[in-house]
Design a protein. Structure first.
Ligand SMILES: C=C(O[C@@H]1C=C(C(=O)O)C=C[C@H]1O)C(=O)O
Ligand SMILES: NC(=O)CC[C@H](N)C(=O)O
Length: 934
């Protein structure tokens, strides 16, 4: 679709703009605003690839003003003051934008060097929110709490069509009036009103406002609800919304012009750019940013996972030979006349295949559409522990096949700290490995295409439910991986966040899988490797291995990325045999009789309510706009039933109890991201019923995120008949009760759709502004779109609000890099992300969230990715529980460590805003846990 064009706007040539980011999570949305003013020209000249995806031909793409060469975002706390001053002195930039952000403009800690920057800049400056407050503080104004705290709400902003508002169309105020009437309505022309979004807790005071240095060009009348009194306090009635310097080219806006719900954001930016253009003497064009200035921006750093530590090793891995890993597939017919469901296939397969490394079942249960799913058995697993920066590979002896019983071996390596201070990290290392593997799977033609820059993917409305996993990685990024993904994050000096020998990321490689497509047919997929005979090698020890690239390290261990022809044949035969004789169920110890254990919350209701109170206080103080507060519900697996939940490799097979529980969970809370992962050697089993997509990426680089916000329990017949009886004050008939429940359920969904607080949450954190900004940090500026805004989706047990945001990955941003840039999922942190994450660590008492709140799913050999947000999920694991371990009195008898060693957890939480009602937030947490526990 064509980006909006503004025929009435005189868009000037784009100046070189430095956006200083004070760690807000909306800053990148300013790029979207720029791209609406400077859309790249598009033509209809497309080429389609073998998947039917259309690409714009590179030769047709002439970009008049490529904003990626003109506008950069730089984290303010990473930019040395001297570097900044040199840019100014050497005339490397034409104007500066100061971003929004958490904290206070009158506190140096929150706005490092900013007062000096404002002092020493003679160029045009635009301050947004925190940025405007800083300009005002610099001129002598004071910062106070705003009388109307509304994060993510649209407010009417009044102005006089002057200053930054001089490009706003008068038509809005004059609509419906004849031209003579318009002539006579001078007062209407004189005062205008624009709907703009506010995200501030603080505001600039009218008292001692420096009228000699700044003028106020827009304001908002607060609806105080009080009648006029003698002692009028203007700070309580009217907030300052825009300012302009009297002697200097500085402007500021208190609202967020870049928010999706702000009207006229582009006109306001255009006005600033015009003033910049005039300031510089209206040149025909501005030069491009020089390379060393572009390099200051993290958006252009870390492409392709940064520099490998040993370049030579990396290139030899991706030699442009024929594909060394060949994708292969075979679809089975339905000889029995009936298609096997995925439960039958899974149980049938695990009955036949005893895989010590575990099982993978990407289940995807839907009550609305036919279910699709993928089942696989890993050939090796990589885990990562962030506290020690250690990677462990779990693998089988290469002289035996995956189907036979044998021991799982492990080998570890550690990332060394590099002397130049630019440490490699797991995301980058894994990403480079994935890129190398992907190239080994490409044909010559595909490799050629992948080398072409800027293929613009025009359409890719693909079927949402089609399984796209062609084999490759399946696993998760745990929440603590935030330490390597969030720019500016510093590990708390005290507290156990991410501490201990935890598994913070886990990726299992699967080269043989079987998938149920929507039509009910099963397809086996495999990755065939070159047939070479390998000597089994002894795992090398830590030290030697530091900084080795993934592929050479794994090859050194003798693991196989591809299966052999024989391995493939035996896989097909096994799948056939399950399809032919689906008389399974022997693996299910007691079908249908699994009982969920009791779970105990780590916090009391009171403690959680206190946490909410702290969240609201932080929001009030301007440190966050929304915080996703969470806690964990825990059940220690008792000694008696411990055997049943065995997760160690003593038994070769899946743990029967955990599978029973999963089979129950998938029925009770069917979810699009239902998943069962059992990795005995990693000592973790995951039973998930997540409804939420974190992100999906197609091999063509289309990326989509689908955050959820707002949760209501459903009303269901017959479960809620007592509720109906209570409402009617009598016993209803069966049909009465059924239609009452149906109507009530519909009303709850509708109410959620219309709820003011939920809509604000949606707007604010995830759905639009936060997620857009996440995508904007890895996508081409003009590609980020919101095709679905705040849609109601109904699952088995809950109604939720969902929004879809899509974009096209920038050249050179690999899929792992895209995950890294958007991690952790915004729906689990709140905004701004960095500050919110750090506040939540305190409010959640420095407990590690573990797998919960992270992202789980597949990263396919062909580059396709689909990850869910790990919520509504039971984690069964070995290790030290994060809570005070001795709460349970039965632990005291010697067996303490052993017994405390295996436990189940379910994390749950909800987003807290200023408008949150603490008790209903706690209810929401319980609703979420009940959707899992039943
Ligand atoms: C935190 C959880 O859920 C998140 C918070 C939601 C909300 O605030 O409404 C909804 C879905 C999730 O993004 C959870 O389920 O534990
Ligand atoms: N969005 C913002 O920039 C907020 C600025 C400041 N922290 C406030 O709350 O007022």
């Amino acid at each position: 679709m064509a980006a909006p064009i503004f025929p009435t706007l005189d868009v000037p040539p784009c100046p070189r703009t430095l956006i200083l980011d004070f760690r807000d999570s909306y800053t990148a949305n300013l790029l979207t605003l720029f791209s609406t003013l400077y859309p790249p020209p598009r033509t209809n000249n497309f080429e389609r690839d073998q998947n039917g995806v259309a690409y714009q031909l590179e030769t047709e793409k002439r970009v008049a003003e490529s904003i990626s060469e003109k506008v950069i975002i730089v984290e303010a706390d990473t930019l040395e003051l001297s570097t900044y001053l040199r840019l100014i002195k050497e005339k490397q930039i034409d104007c500066v934008i100061l971003s929004p952000g958490p904290g206070r403009a009158d506190d140096e800690k929150d706005v490092p060097n900013l007062m000096q920057i404002i002092q020493q800049t003679s160029l045009p400056i635009l301050g947004v929110c925190l940025g405007m407050q800083a300009i005002a503080v610099h001129c002598g104004a004071s910062i106070i709490n705003t009388p109307d705290l509304k994060h993510g709400h649209v407010i009417p902003v009044k102005h006089k069509y002057t200053s930054l508002f001089d490009r706003l169309p008068h038509a809005q105020a004059l609509n419906g009036l004849s031209s003579t009437e318009q002539e006579n309505k001078e007062e209407l022309k004189a005062e205008g009103q624009a709907d703009l979004v506010a995200y501030n807790s603080l505001t600039v005071s009218w008292n001692n406002f420096p009228h000699d240095k700044l003028c106020i060009t827009a304001w908002h009348d607060v609806n105080t609800g009080t009648t006029e009194s003698e002692n009028r306090n203007v700070d309580a009635e009217r907030t300052i919304q825009a300012i302009e310097g009297i002697h200097r080219p500085v402007w500021g806006v208190q609202f967020h012009p870049e928010s999706i719900a702000s009207a006229h954001g582009a006109e306001i930016l255009c006005s600033f750019l015009n003033k910049t253009h005039t300031f510089h003497g209206s040149p025909v064009s501005f030069p491009k940013l020089s390379t060393h200035v572009l390099n200051l921006s993290p958006i252009y750093q870390g492409l392709d996972g940064g520099k490998p530590s040993r370049p030579a090793e990396q290139t030899s891995e991706i030699e442009e030979e024929d594909a060394m890993l060949e994708s292969i597939a075979e679809t089975f017919g339905t000889s029995s006349g009936r298609s096997l469901n995925s439960e039958e296939m899974f149980t049938g397969l695990i009955d036949r295949i005893h895989s010590p490394l575990g099982q993978v079942w990407l289940d995807g249960v839907s009550t609305r559409a036919p279910s699709t799913s993928s089942i696989a058995f890993p050939s090796f697993i990589i885990t990562y522990t962030i506290s020690t920066r250690t990677v462990t590979c779990h693998f089988l002896s290469s002289t035996t096949t995956a189907d036979s019983m044998n021991h799982v071996k492990t080998a570890t390596m550690r990332f060394a700290s590099s002397p130049d201070g630019h440490d490699d990290d797991f995301f980058n290392w894994f990403g480079r490995g994935q890129t190398a593997l992907k190239r080994m799977n490409m044909t010559q033609g595909e490799r050629w295409k992948a080398r072409q820059p800027s293929v613009y993917c025009a359409t890719s409305e693909e079927d949402d439910r089609k399984p796209r996993w062609k084999g490759g990685w399946v696993g998760w990024w745990g929440y603590e991986m935030k330490a390597e993904s969030l720019g500016g994050y510093h590990r708390p000096s005290r507290g156990a966040v991410g501490g201990g020998e935890t598994v913070d990321a886990c990726w299992a490689w699967c080269n043989r899988l079987v998938q149920r497509e929507q039509d009910g047919l099963w397809t086996a997929r495999g990755i065939l490797g070159a047939e070479t005979s390998k000597e089994e090698q002894t795992p090398e020890s830590h030290a030697d291995l530091s900084q080795r690239e993934m592929l050479s390290w794994l090859e050194g261990l003798g693991v196989d990325f591809g299966t052999t022809r024989d391995g493939w044949k035996s896989w097909i035969a096994t799948c056939h045999s399950v399809l032919a004789y689906p008389d399974i169920a022997s693996v299910i110890s007691n079908p249908g009789s699994a009982r969920m254990p009791d779970f105990q919350c780590d916090m009391t209701a009171d403690q959680y309510l206190q946490g909410i109170h702290k969240c609201r206080q932080a929001i009030y103080n301007g440190n966050s706009y929304e915080l996703t507060m969470t806690t964990q519900f825990r059940s220690r697996v008792s000694s008696a039933s411990r055997e049943k939940f065995e997760t160690t490799p003593k038994t070769s097979n899946t743990s029967p109890e955990s599978l029973d529980l999963y089979l129950q969970l998938r029925q009770q809370n069917p979810a699009p991201y239902s998943t069962y992962l059992c990795f005995p050697s990693v000592r973790i089993t995951i039973l998930s019923s997540s409804p939420e997509r974190f992100l999906r990426i197609t091999p063509g680089g289309r990326i989509e995120m689908k955050p959820i916000k707002g949760t209501r329990a459903r009303v269901r017949y017959p479960r809620d008949v007592p509720m109906c009886a209570e409402a009617l004050i009598r016993t209803p008939t069966e049909s009465e009760a059924a239609s009452w429940c149906e109507e009530k359920d519909r009303q709850i969904g509708e109410a959620l759709r219309n709820d003011r607080k939920e809509r604000a949450e949606n707007l604010m954190v995830r759905i639009v502004d936060l997620i857009r900004s996440d995508l904007q940090s890895c996508c081409t500026p003009d590609s980020v779109q919101v095709p679905k805004l705040i849609a109601l989706e109904t699952y088995e047990t809950v109604h939720q609000l969902v929004t879809t945001v899509r974009g096209q990955l920038l050249d050179g941003v690999s899929e792992v890099e895209a995950v890294k840039r958007s991690f952790p999922p915004g729906s689990m942190t709140g905004a701004p992300k960095l500050r919110s994450v750090q506040l939540l660590e305190q409010f959640e008492q420095h407990q590690s969230r573990g797998v919960y709140s992270g992202a789980m799913g597949y990263m396919s050999i062909d580059g396709a990715v689909d990850l869910s947000v790990v919520i509504r999920t039971i984690i069964i694991q070995d290790g030290q529980p994060a809570t005070a371990p001795c709460r349970e009195s039965d632990l005291v008898h010697g067996d303490r460590t052993e017994a405390a060693n295996r436990y189940m957890t379910i994390g749950a939480g909800g987003a807290i805003t200023w408008l949150s009602d603490p008790l209903s937030e706690w209810d929401e947490v319980l609703t979420k846990v009940r959707s899992v526990v039943g």
